[in-house]
Ligand binder design. Structure first.
Ligand SMILES: Cc1ncc(COP(=O)(O)O)c(C=O)c1O
Length: 367
């Protein structure tokens, strides 16, 4: 309301405060507010000068935004497989993907679980490649005592309503590098460099600004971040406890040594004998009972948009196996213990029913 009473509805004091609070939370000096996480990822690549002929390494098991950003710049996405437990980019597979054309690695902290950054940074430094952390799902997560997003060259957060904090729409890039922050500030504001007037545009830019109303929401939400993370952690532990009685379900890793998980979603995995059709049937049964569930993620390399870049070096077997068997259960701050019990009971029923349905065909698993 205080913003609405001022004449500054964009590029004003709230943006500066929000940027400062996000930079501080990430442990770096610069924050650049943008209109979405996708816009932030795009600006990172633009600010690094990545373009046609350059390669960017990223996981295929992720949301489309990172892949889209690479294509916006006409660069080439190179997909790398993931670790089967953390579902994050597998550092052991990274170095063989690097060529003289590699310019950046986008590391996604998938589902809020911190990626193993140290070996990734080591490979990146050795080859002079930039590291962009896609921390859109991981605000507040920590890796070896440091906040994710602030560990690589650039980190991106997002504030769409499904995120741990929201501004309606919005994003933030954080960085320790002043020249990248300055470039992104110009690029988000129609290419106006600091000395340019309103109708002077030193660069080809975008309107990726975040309004003062959004920034005011962000400032207020950031004050609640600690409490929100705690609530979500409690919910995750509750789910994990209840799901112990369903052997066909594997829960995500609950802790990380020396760090913290940001419980953005709660994604379980069905056992290896389940196929994609089984997972889909279980999901449909839950939906029919009024229980929302998601099939995160549809691998990027299997989507038509990315077909030309499918599997250039090294296979994506873990990505493909995992993607067929994941199930995101309902997860929000006000979820009650009774609702968790109901979801787990319904999941158990759905798994049994899939098993029974298959009883007349050759047995594929034991219940
Ligand atoms: C991993 C990841 N990256 C990027 C984004 C893009 O954020 P936005 O929706 O704000 O563009 C999302 C959002 O869902 C995401 O989950």
């Amino acid at each position: 309301m205080s913003v609405l009473r001022t004449p500054r509805l964009s590029i004003g004091p709230k943006m500066a405060v929000f940027e400062e609070s996000m930079a501080k939370a990430a442990g770096v000096p610069y924050g650049v507010a943008v209109s979405s996480g996708t816009a932030g990822l795009h600006l990172c690549l633009r600010a690094l000068g990545i373009g046609e002929g350059d390669e960017v390494i990223l996981p295929s098991f992720t949301f489309i935004a990172a892949g889209s950003a690479v294509l916006y710049q006409r660069a080439t996405p190179v997909f790398v497989d993931i670790d089967p437990i953390t579902l994050n980019l597998d550092p052991g597979r990274l170095e063989k993907m690097i060529t003289p054309r590699t310019r950046a690695i986008i590391v996604v902290h998938t589902f809020g679980y911190p990626a193993d950054l140290d070996p990734i940074l080591e490979v990146a430094r050795k080859h002079g490649v930039a590291v962009i952390e896609d921390a859109c799902e991981a605000l507040g997560a920590q890796y070896r005592g440091r906040s994710v997003g602030g560990i690589g060259d650039l980190g991106v957060f997002a504030f769409y309503p499904n995120k741990v904090i929201t501004t309606g729409e919005g994003g933030m890039v954080v960085t320790p590098h002043s020249h990248l922050a300055e470039a992104m500030r110009a690029l988000r504001n129609q290419g106006r460099k600091p000395a340019d007037g309103w109708l002077e545009h030193g660069l080809l830019g975008y309107n990726y600004r975040l309004s003062e109303m959004n920034c005011a929401l962000g400032i207020a939400q950031m004050k609640r971040l600690g409490a929100i993370l705690e609530i979500r952690e409690t919910l995750a532990m509750r789910y994990a406890k209840e799901l112990q009685t369903i052997p066909e379900v594997t829960v995500p890793p609950l802790r990380i040594e020396g760090g913290r998980v940001c419980w953005f979603v709660f994604v379980v995995r069905l056992a290896a004998q389940f196929k994609r059709a089984d997972r889909d049937s279980i999901c449909d049964q839950l939906t029919a009972r009024g229980i929302g569930c998601g099939r995160y993620f549809a691998p990027l390399h299997l989507q038509p948009l990315f077909a030309p870049y499918s599997n250039p070096r090294g296979d994506l077997a873990v990505t493909e196996q995992v993607a067929d068997r994941t199930l995101a259960l309902p997860f929000f701050n006000r979820l009650t213990n009774e609702q968790i019990t109901e979801v787990c009971g319904s999941l158990r029923d759905a798994i049994r029913s899939v098993a029974l349905h298959r009883a007349d065909s050759p047995p594929r698993f034991v219940v």
